[in-house]
Design a protein around this ligand. Sequence first.
Ligand SMILES: [Zn+2]
Ligand SMILES: [Zn+2]
Ligand SMILES: [Zn+2]
Length: 243
Amino acid sequence: MAKRTKGKCKYCGKEYTFSYMNKHLPVCEERQKKWAEETGGKKTGYFELAIYPKYNREHWLYVEIKETALLKDLDRFLRDIWLECCGHLSAFDINGVCYDVMPQDNFFWGEPAKSMNYKLKSVLEKGMTFGYEYDFGSTTELMITVVNYRIRNNGKEKLIILSRNNPVETLCEECGKKSAVYICTQCYYEGGGWLCEDCAETHECGEEMLLPVCNSPRMGVCGYCGSDIYPDQFVPDIYSIKG
Ligand SMILES: [Zn+2]
Ligand SMILES: [Zn+2]
Ligand SMILES: [Zn+2]
């Protein structure tokens, strides 16, 4: 079942769906105030990316990333926030060219893959959509659209999260009362398997089948246990400033 999740804007904290957030971000008043304060200083180009799984829009991210960042920086971020389970391979597919995290030189079929040591500005263009895959076995396939490009003051961070879908709460399928905190990978395969803390203890498939519920398109896949770096709920600036 496709869920239209909402997420919070980094600058004003307002909640919108994936497609509406794309319209909001360029016109957000709080963000525009920030831009207006940027005077003088060194300028640099930033790409704004919408990142989403190929087959649903339940999970999504908007990020701003420096044009001088490398593809491997983007790869690192995607692993950190959504994907890393056991160091699988990954690759970008940009205009039919493959940029691989570990390119092989002894390639047997077709063109050898390129490395990820390319600056974004040498491979990306506003308006384009490209693909990304993590783990060539139980693959998580993502799509990335370059929704904007803008020149502004050169900030410290290479990458800033502008918005992210809020975690989706799902009720436990056994008791139907509490929130699910585990997914049984055995049952998930058949389209179920959501379990609360209590029901997980007595679930028939066994403990080794359980993975934690987390805010990622890789939830329930391989041994994915969630991000160690990014909390599931994205916190807008407006809250952190006011404490
Ligand atoms: Zn906003
Ligand atoms: Zn894995
Ligand atoms: Zn339960």
